[in-house]
Structures are given as structure tokens and as C-alpha cells.
Design a protein around this ligand. Structure first.
Ligand SMILES: [Zn+2]
Length: 246
């Protein structure tokens, strides 16, 4: 997907040992153009990693490995996974959306945001669920952000559809068999923990596969998944051959 780099001086290099574990959804309370200027202005003292326009264009202000300044204040939070005594900016990625709190979201805005969320979740092995994709006010309850029109449940559902889309995974056809190194789960139709477990396999059992993908969900640094004869997937890291084809 096309992302235009804008940049912002309002950031910290790196994440002090933390990594992105959740995505925070924001509303700009303004336009994409205005947000570009605001985040480029040192005096604003704020930023986010991404901004999405109502027509679906995506701008980036801060690299995902760096800390943006978008959700640093905690006020009566309701978020279950909030860490005690850690600024949430260290372990979250912020996405801004064009419009105001009462502006209905366009389909293009939902679509671009869900695609971006899908990509970020894969990149950082973030579970694509409502615990890990949250509205800003779940951290800071004195704000309405991301507004009354943002349907975060819908965003998560849409991103999950993309997570399951077979067209987004490469496939190397090369049948073989591999032994389960630990008890493992067979996942329904996609190389990700986002889909249902169709069956469980005991450690030591030999599993046949028709091939593999090398760009499934990254789990413990490994994005390889084998595809079985039913088009379901199991993570290569749980087998005695964690890197297929060697
Ligand atoms: Zn916000």
C-alpha cells in the first residue's frame, strides 16, 4: 500500500527496549493537510506514526520503531492491557484519521485504516483484536477521541478479514512432511493465529504439508507456516524444521 512520508521532529529515537504491542486510533479534529503542518511544527509537541485522509491516502510522520507523541497522558483509563508506570507511547503505534468527532467515516477511510492495521499487526505480531486495537479515550477518558463516529469494532473486523485473505500470502509448493517439536495448533485457512484452531496435534507427530508461505504472521521472529492438505496452516516454528526448504 502507498504511504507518503511527511516526517515530524516530535518523536524519540527508538523505544527504550519496548516494542509496538498495540495500535491507538485517533481522530484529527481537522484535515490531513492541517495535521501534516501541525506534526511538522516543533512547537505543537505532538505527532503520530500515521495519518489517513478521508479518501484513503496515508501519510507517515514517525517510523514504527520510534516513539511518537500521541497517547502519553493517562486519565482514568479503561484499557485492560495498560502497563503501570510506562508511558503508552513507548509500546503503541498511533494512527490519526481525518475529520471531527461527529464526522461520519467514509468507506475509503475505514478500508485504508483496516489495511494499515492488518500490515502493522503482521509486522509486529500484534494480535488483531479489540484488546490491542483501541480508541485513544480508552487511555485518556477526558477526551472523546477518536470521536462518536469511529467504529473500532468494525475496524478490527475488517482488518481481520485482510489477515485471513489467502491472496496476501506467498506460497511455495513443495510437498513434504515434518515432525511437531511441541504440541501445535492447525489454523483455519490462513497462516496466522487470528483464525480458529481446527485441530490440535501432539508433539512428536509427523505432519504432511503441500508447501509453505514465508510471509505469514510473525511469531517469535519466524513468519514461516506450512500449509496442510486441507489448506489449513501450522506455524513452522513449532516443528523440527522451523525454516522450510533448507
Ligand atoms: Zn487522540
Amino acid at each position: 500500500m502507498a504511504v507518503q512520508w511527511i516526517g515530524s521532529p516530535n518523536k524519540d529515537k527508538g523505544r527504550e527496549g519496548f516494542r509496538p504491542e498495540a495500535i491507538v486510533i485517533h481522530i484529527m479534529e481537522g484535515t490531513l493537510k492541517g495535521t501534516d503542518a501541525w506534526f511538522k511544527n516543533e512547537e505543537s509537541g505532538v505527532s503520530a506514526h500515521y495519518g489517513i485522509g478521508k479518501d484513503g491516502e496515508i501519510h507517515q510522520y514517525v517510523g514504527e520503531s520510534d516513539r511518537a507523541w500521541h497517547a502519553g497522558r493517562i486519565v482514568s483509563p479503561s484499557w485492560r492491557l495498560l502497563k503501570a508506570d510506562v508511558n503508552p507511547n513507548w509500546y503503541t503505534i498511533g494512527i490519526e484519521h481525518e475529520g471531527r468527532e461527529d464526522t461520519p467515516w467514509s468507506n475509503a477511510l475505514y478500508d485504508a485504516s483496516a489495511r494499515l492495521i492488518d500490515e502493522i499487526c503482521r509486522r509486529w505480531a500484534i494480535p488483531c483484536d479489540r484488546d490491542h486495537i483501541i480508541g485513544h479515550r480508552e487511555i485518556r477518558s477526558d477526551k472523546t477521541c477518536p470521536g462518536f463516529e469511529a467504529d473500532v469494532d468494525k475496524l478490527v473486523d475488517m482488518a481481520n478479514e485482510f489477515q485471513r485473505d489467502p491472496a496476501t500470502f506467498n506460497f511455495i509448493k513443495k510437498p513434504g512432511a515434518v515432525k511437531a517439536r511441541v504440541d501445535l495448533n492447525i489454523r483455519e485457512l490462513a497462516p496466522t493465529t487470528a483464525t480458529a484452531v481446527v485441530r490440535k496435534i501432539k508433539k512428536g507427530r509427523k505432519l504432511k504439508y503441500q508447501g509453505w508461505t514465508s510471509n505469514g504472521m510473525t511469531v517469535n521472529g519466524n513468519a514461516h507456516w506450512y500449509k496442510d492438505s486441507d489448506d489449513n496452516y501450522f506455524w513452522a516454528g513449532a516443528t523440527e524444521q522451523p525454516i522450510p526448504g533448507l
